[in-house]
Design a binder for this molecule. Structure first.
Ligand SMILES: [Zn+2]
Length: 308
């Protein structure tokens, strides 16, 4: 009986020993360090899903006026307040915007750029690309990149996965078209390199701990589920994580959604949290693009390459 148990255990171990991602290599540069001896890095990243959120998997949501209004709140009501908060605390930001949302709200794109923030790739209609063929993924990446390039004057350098859908081919496509960084994976908590068969990317790791969806996520279109936690709970969790990142030298990278985090009570909490964080002198702050450029071996100048 014991022997049988050992055999089962050994077979499980054997399965685990196989490479999970045979075409990907993760490399942590030994000489990575935050500039000026900083204890950790902070990238304040926003997923401006807007109307593309509810429409991502069901275009009929376009006719659901309440669902669209909930999503649009993040753009029309919350974003001006969020940008004001960034200005007030002098914090650089990265805004991952589905290209469809950019097209619907050119004034928002202009306001983000005017304040010197980064606009990054978040699909065209917030597509979850996980189940797509590589060619289909590439078409989505190129289509959305071209729109953002036209609107902002430069191609987006990085992407964060809508619904955290990432497959091996996703990262290969990104490297192939010359993107610099991904911000979707969770195995490590410091910036590092991913080698793919088509070139390398910088990975800027995210965490569900710093994703406001985990605490405040809701979708009235999909059946009325609403998760509600006091803003104070989020503030406590994120402050703990910030102190942990200072202790271990990691990247405190948020995934905030303007329609969730931009509610007035939560913004007041966020202002208090960020004011505390800004008061710590041992922290590096930057956009995701700037964080990626800190990684030895990164390729920050890589131009966007369209399919020949
Ligand atoms: Zn999103």
């Amino acid at each position: 009986m014991i022997r049988q148990g050992v055999l089962v255990y050994e077979s499980i171990m054997a399965d685990l020993s196989k490479p999970c991602y045979p075409d990907l290599t993760f490399r942590m540069p030994a000489d990575f360090a935050w500039p000026h001896g900083a204890a950790c890095g902070v990238t304040l990243a926003w997923h401006v899903d807007g109307e593309a959120g509810p429409m991502a998997s069901d275009r009929r949501a376009a006719d659901h006026v309440a669902a669209i209004s909930e999503a649009a709140y993040g753009v029309t009501t919350a974003m001006p307040r969020i940008l004001a908060l960034h200005r007030e605390l002098e914090i650089p930001g990265t805004f991952f915007v589905p290209a469809h949302v950019a097209e619907r709200h050119p004034d928002m794109i202009e306001a983000i750029l005017k304040d010197g923030h980064e606009i990054a790739h978040h699909g065209y209609m917030h597509e979850n690309v996980f189940a797509m063929e590589a060619s289909e993924q590439r078409a989505v990446f190129e289509h959305a990149s071209a729109i953002l390039e036209r609107m902002t004057g430069r191609a987006p350098r990085g992407w964060s996965a809508p619904a955290w859908g990432v497959s091996g081919p996703t990262l290969e496509v990104m490297a192939q078209i010359g993107m610099v960084y991904d911000a979707s994976l969770m195995e490590y908590d410091r910036p590092h390199i991913i080698e793919t068969v088509h070139g390398s990317l910088v990975e800027l790791p995210i965490s569900m701990v710093l994703d406001d969806w985990a605490l405040f996520g809701s979708s009235i279109y999909w059946g009325g589920h609403v998760a509600l936690q006091p803003a104070e709970t989020a503030g406590t969790i994120w402050r703990e994580e910030f102190e942990g990142m200072r202790r271990y030298g990691g990247l405190f990278q948020t995934t905030f959604h303007p329609n969730l985090m931009g509610r007035p009570g939560r913004l007041v909490m966020l202002e208090q949290l960020l004011t505390h964080m800004r008061g710590c002198s041992d922290v590096w702050w930057g956009t995701c693009e700037q964080a990626a450029a800190l990684v030895p071996g990164s390729n920050p100048g890589a131009p966007f390459r369209r399919q020949p």
